[in-house]
Design a protein around this ligand. Sequence first.
Ligand code: ADP
Ligand code: MG
Length: 723
Amino acid sequence: MSIVSLDSPVSVLYGIGPEAERRLARLEIFSVYDLISYFPVRYNDWSDVRKISEAQEGREISFQATIATAPVRKGRKRTSPIGFAMTDGASRIEISFFNAPYVAGKFERGDKCFVHGAVTFYNGRLQMVNPYIEKLDSMTETALVRPVYRLTAGITSNQLAKWIRTALGLVGNKIPNVIPSETVRREDLMSSEAAYRCVHFPTSLEEAQAARRRLAYEELILLGIGMKRYMHGDEAEERAPVVIPKIISKDINDRWKIVLSNLGFKLTDDQKSALADIRKDLMGSKPMNRLVQGDVGSGKTAVAILAMAMTALMGKQAVLLAPTSVLAEQHYKSAQDLLKDSGINVVLLIGSTGAALKREIKEKLKENEASVIIGTHALLSDDVRFADLALVIADEQHRFGVKQREKLLISRADGHLGPEDINSVHNLVMTATPIPRTLAMVIYGDMDTSVIRQKPAGRKEIKTHFLLADHQDELARLVRGSLEIGNQVYIVCPRIDDNDDDRLWVDDYYGNEYYDSEDQASVELTSVVEMKRRADEWGVSGKYGTGVLYGSMPEKEKLQVMDEFVKGEKGLLISTTVVEVGVNNPNATLMIVMDADRFGLSTLHQLRGRIGRGSKQSYCILVSANRSEKALTRMKLMCECSDGFELAGKDLEMRGPGDFFGTKQHGIPTLRAANLFTDADIARTACDDVNRLGEAGGAEAEAINEAIGLLFKLRFGNRMGTL
Ligand code: ADP
Ligand code: MG
């Protein structure tokens, strides 16, 4: 009797021991459901069976033929290949196998086989080396369209396929259905079980396509309905405090003017209109649910702090959540500058805040003695209570996992974040990730958006150049040149040291591409450690100071390194993509990205946004050894285009379905079957159908409702980006 269920760990399956389990974990496959929903990235279609005479040098071909000579070792050494001839009646071909002793025992003269492989000429004769070969009588009908999976070292596509087959046999009929029967009929969709089977083991590409269509519906329903429910709870009866009254006293107006004069610059029109939107929301009791989208450097922080100032001036409290403590500390400093002499009390609460100070801050929050609170998720996890919380702003929300968003909601519900008698607060999300409308709609539902398109006046456009990796001298010259004239430099590398696994580390921009472990091993990615060594060799480390920064460093050290860099005590900062988000050092004018081909366009654009923040001309140098057409096209695009929104669109087009922006690091779930760029209509109709069914009620509605909850947890529950 099988007691295997969808959420059982993969280790319950026959053939998966501790080692395999560890390897699967690297692919984020933990449960049996994870395994069966690990869809192929593409298929090898070998079903076009030809005659041997049609073979062309260098091309792959499938054919059926008979083994004409007994397999023999062609040489004396143990490493000599085993070979035999095959014929399809009209033509002959020589087949050789290196390192494949099993071939000798498995095949004999007279066997009728299916063969697929690349053809070469050797001594004027057609030949194939290590092709795929299988006896016709043992072949299944699914053998010709072969799934190709994204892999990690020590796991092959065949192994994965075998495990998936086992798993489907045990739980294939236990996958709950989330698609209304009306939709299934109208769109002529496969059954759930058939779809999971056919996506892995199709008999034709058309069948795989049809399976994927059903799975796309499923995925988009989970995302569109499940995500909204998960993130926003039941919005129906929520009310938030009215923050801004119709009439404002002169005293408050005067203090507001002080804040504005502290700015030291004029707001752009877009900043002004975003603020006006926010102000209007804060005048009502319907909870604000607004997304402020603005390209890097567009000045979102000022908008956030001004929104908090509005709230604080009315005697209420506002929280700004930053994804990292480095960023929180930076916002804290900006807020202190901006709010000085206005009578608004600002506090910072992050993980490394000392215990005594923490206690004191919490007391202030409870007594409403502090009204602008800036922090990281330490704010969410601690037992923090507010006297009169009205506004919560999340900066760079894409950096938060959904896990953390969930925490925020739970905190609200049980009164940790916010007093018990308030069910809701105004919510503002600031992001530089230009989330396309379809995705925003699916994930955030009817969230309002304010867009900041303009850059503050007086900025010079960043100049971006591409440099082939072997020009190290040029690189040294550029770095030295910048440091000599007092400018600062970022160098970003795709991994920390020579040991860490770059397969999981870098943004897998290939999206649909698959590379096997051998391919990967041959790619030497520059590490932070290696780069530091080079900087030492260039003689810049001692002279100008070099800081090293990566995510897993202790919090305090990170803050210190960042601090030294921002203050100019260190000229050069070598880091991983941790600097991608928000960090502001206007004196940094050179950004070098090593192995730039390994990052998504959006990530590169975010990185580039770290420079060009002052009035000096800034340069971004993308370094890569990858000369493939795809890589060069992407680099060219980066050099020519400086608009984040445009790049994001291009990014999506180039990646195709699947990974969205290299979303793993961004907390937006990675899609496996659907493509939000092309499947927008599916998303809309599928979600509409489910909502309509839900409104009508009944047994099917209930079943689907439950299934969505269940499958959403299985599919997205543990899968959100972490910091
Ligand atoms: P982001 O939108 O990436 O969060 P920031 O808020 O960090 O951008 O702003 C980038 C820089 O631009 C900061 O140094 C900030 O002080 C400055 N800035 C913001 N708004 C303006 C403005 N209207 N005029 C001039 N400088 C501005
Ligand atoms: Mg910012």
